[in-house]
Design a protein around this ligand. Structure first.
Ligand code: YK8
Length: 177
């Protein structure tokens, strides 16, 4: 996997979880910035092994002219039972893009760690992996990998920028620390 984000924010761990993993104003704004439309979310629900699961469906806008302009996508998220409210959250997210070329070969796995740093700070870490469901021809594989990394890098760069903006709004006149 690759580490795409590893940063301490002046945002508490539980607030960070709320921003990223609930139907929050932040998520809705970020989606509109990324031109992600038709979003629907299920709520978190306990599965048979004690983890929590939810899924998201949406349409992404793609800037790459070789691929087409839009794709529907499904994101299946797991909040592991080892997570501790306010202290430590581990969320795995599998993203399937249904309408891009070779979509039946791969998906993306994002692993989010939110770790409490102090009362008002947390560290956010995101690891990403491109996973293959079946082995494509070598040239196709490198094509998929290359296109995936650049799209993912771009996405997390913007997520970081939006979180910094949120952080600035939250600390303004909030008493800070
Ligand atoms: C989530 C990874 C690959 C995919 C895309 C596919 C190219 C296909 C290459 C062909 C378009 C929000 C990406 C970037 C779409 C967006 C996905 C997002 C950013 C020509 C071989 C969507 C996180 C996420 C994970 C994976 C990203 C896709 O929250 O290049």
């Amino acid at each position: 996997g690759r580490l795409y984000l590893n940063k301490v924010f002046h945002i508490s761990a539980n607030k960070m979880f709320e921003l990223l993993f609930t139907d929050s104003g932040f998520t809705r704004r970020f989606m509109s910035v990324r031109k992600i439309t038709n979003a629907s979310f299920t709520s978190w629900q306990k599965d048979g092994s004690g983890n929590m699961r939810r899924s998201l469906n949406y349409t992404i806008t793609i800037s790459n002219p070789l691929i087409g302009k839009f794709s529907t996508a499904t994101e299946n998220q797991t909040l592991y039972k080892e997570s501790r409210d306010g202290q430590y959250y581990l969320v795995d997210s599998e993203v399937y893009t249904h309408d891009v070329p070779y979509h039946d070969y791969f998906y993306t796995q994002n692993r989010y760690y939110i770790i409490r740093n102090s009362k008002r700070k947390c560290r956010l870490r995101v690891y990403t992996d491109v996973k293959y469901k079946k082995q494509p021809w070598g040239l196709v594989k490198s094509f998929i990998t290359k296109n995936s990394w650049s799209g993912i890098e771009d996405y997390f760069r913007e997520l970081e920028a939006e979180l910094l903006e949120e952080e600035a709004e939250m600390t303004q006149g909030g008493g800070g620390d």
